[in-house]
Design a protein. Structure first.
Length: 110
């Protein structure tokens, strides 16, 4: 899979979005991340692996603890892709608007 697909897959699940929201406030330990979720620790591990593969989180060892941090750089590719689509649809809607303005002008001339 390409990077964009990995990121979109990662952010498609509400639990992973909640984890990202939690980590956006600052690094956390695994058990702190898992605490708010009513699910098995194994399930949280799988979510974290998917987020890590997408480049949205990183793990850093500090002493005996492993801190997990949010990395937002991967979201830039998603933002660029959405921006391209936004430009496409804005152009199409502008053409659509122009079409109806022209049509109204022609109808007024009749």
């Amino acid at each position: 899979m390409d990077q964009l697909t990995d990121v979109l897959t990662a952010i498609s699940h509400p639990t992973r979005r909640a984890i990202i929201g939690q980590l956006a406030k600052g690094p956390a330990r695994f058990l702190d991340i898992a605490k708010p979720f009513d699910t098995a620790l194994n399930s949280v591990t799988k979510h974290l692996k998917l987020l890590e593969r997408a480049g949205l989180i990183e793990r850093k060892k500090q002493g005996r603890e492993v801190l997990i941090s949010f990395r937002g750089e991967s979201l830039r590719e998603v933002a660029a892709w959405v921006h391209e689509l936004e430009q496409f649809w804005n152009e199409r809607l502008d053409h659509f608007e122009d079409y109806f303005k022209e049509k109204r002008k022609k109808e007024k001339k009749r």
